[in-house]
Ligand binder design. Structure first.
Ligand code: MRU
Length: 381
């Protein structure tokens, strides 16, 4: 995607061999590019959300492994790096998927061959992510196109939550990819952007993305979606996911579940953009089996923004000492999901349909669970 006309990915290896990211903590007010040189810096970047979004977390972990392999390609270093990076954020399964994939490729190699192979695989994971998201965009476009035709070309009103945009992936985004594809095709779209407290990824990131691409949008408070749906102002909800279970339960940013309930109550289709590395084939019951990240209370009791003098500041919004809970994700049961938009096409959110769409990936995951590491759980794109 472009920023002021310059194409960017969210993570890349420059000609000097260094891995760089967009540090998302300062958007939309400042574009800061940061070089990550050590495993510990990759871990910090994921944990402290310099990068975030399930696919980008996975891509960053892959590059963290690659950078570490260039410094110490031993077996011990490989195992330790898997652990260090894996413990950074618990919910997005792409993190584990990418680390497992790196270990599957690197484990059988002699240490002397690991640095080059790790960089190649990290590059591959990033390129595959871009291609997956491009395809999700094409499949999701069909939904938007159909609604647009039904409305006689009037704008298709789409509500999205958090940032499942290009900043959450290597490029394109998942939930936003169909929107970018529709816009490129000349279909009129309008996006309602949930601000997404507590960290405001919608207000800070999605709104900035859409603004940069000239896509019509309104920022709304998280509580407005139900009202807009009751009044027929939303044609479609599309959200991303951090982990979707084998039976189609969708874990995503806190507040997604409430949007799904409102969508169901008002007959609004609720779609989830789902790249295959975000499927956790090992779990079925999303409510009971997915670990939900609890982040610090300060994210709830404060907000970050730009002051009149241009400084980016954090201000307290609650009384001194207020206790706060901060679960970062929730689970939307499969029955509330109209459909999953995957890189292979649209899919009902059921165990049978997911297995039929991805028989190879399910088999690979079962192999891995049984201790057989041969097959790649990586999508063929
Ligand atoms: O806490 P975050 O910002 O990492 O959460 C991001 C989300 O919940 C996204 O919706 C999800 O990762 C899908 S991104 C394509």
């Amino acid at each position: 995607m472009r920023i002021n006309g310059t194409p960017y990915r969210t993570i890349w290896q420059d000609a000097d061999g260094m891995v760089r990211i967009i540090d998302q903590r300062w958007l939309p007010h400042e574009l800061r590019i940061v070089t990550l040189r050590e495993r510990s810096e990759f871990a910090t970047a994921i944990r402290d959300m310099w990068v975030r979004g399930a696919p980008l977390i996975g891509a960053t972990a892959a590059w963290g492994m690659a950078v570490q392999m260039a410094q110490d390609p031993s077996d011990r270093s490989l195992d330790e790096t898997w652990e260090v990076l894996h413990e950074t954020r618990p919910t997005a399964i792409n993190l584990r998927w990418a680390l497992d994939e790196m270990r599957r490729v690197l484990g059988p190699l002699p240490p002397s061959a690991r640095a080059a192979a790790a960089a190649a695989r990290a590059r591959g994971i990033c390129d595959e992510d871009v291609e997956i998201n491009r395809r999700i965009g094409q499949h999701g476009l069909a939904i938007i196109r159909e609604i647009s035709a039904r409305k006689g070309g009037a704008p298709v009103n789409i509500l999205t939550h958090c940032n499942a945009g290009w900043l959450a992936t290597v490029d394109w985004g998942t939930a936003t990819s169909p929107i970018y594809h529709a816009d490129a095709e000349g279909i009129a779209v309008h996006v309602f952007v949930d601000e997404t407290r507590p960290r405001n990824q919608g207000a800070q990131l999605t709104a900035w993305e859409l603004m940069s691409h000239g896509i019509s949008h309104d920022l709304i408070v998280d509580n407005a979606g139900g009202h807009l749906m009751q009044h027929g102002e939303v044609d479609l909800v599309i959200v991303g996911t951090d982990r979707t279970t084998a039976r189609g339960d969708v874990c995503n940013k806190i507040g997604t579940y409430l949007k799904a309930l409102a969508a169901r109550a008002n007959g609004v289709p609720f779609y989830v953009a789902l790249p295959s590395p975000t499927i956790d084939w090992r779990v079925r019951d999303g409510l009971r089996e997915i670990p939900i990240e609890e982040r610090g209370a300060a994210e709830v009791t404060t907000v970050q923004g730009r002051a009149a003098d241009g400084a980016i500041i954090t201000v307290q919004i609650s009384p001194d000492g207020t206790a706060a809970r901060n679960p970062a994700f929730d689970v939307t049961p499969a029955e509330l999901v109209t459909g999953l938009v995957t890189e292979r096409g649209l899919c009902p959110a059921t165990e049978e349909d997911l297995a039929a769409m991805f028989p190879d990936l399910k088999a690979a995951a079962q192999d891995a669970g049984a201790g057989r590491s041969g097959r790649s759980a990586s999508p063929q794109v």
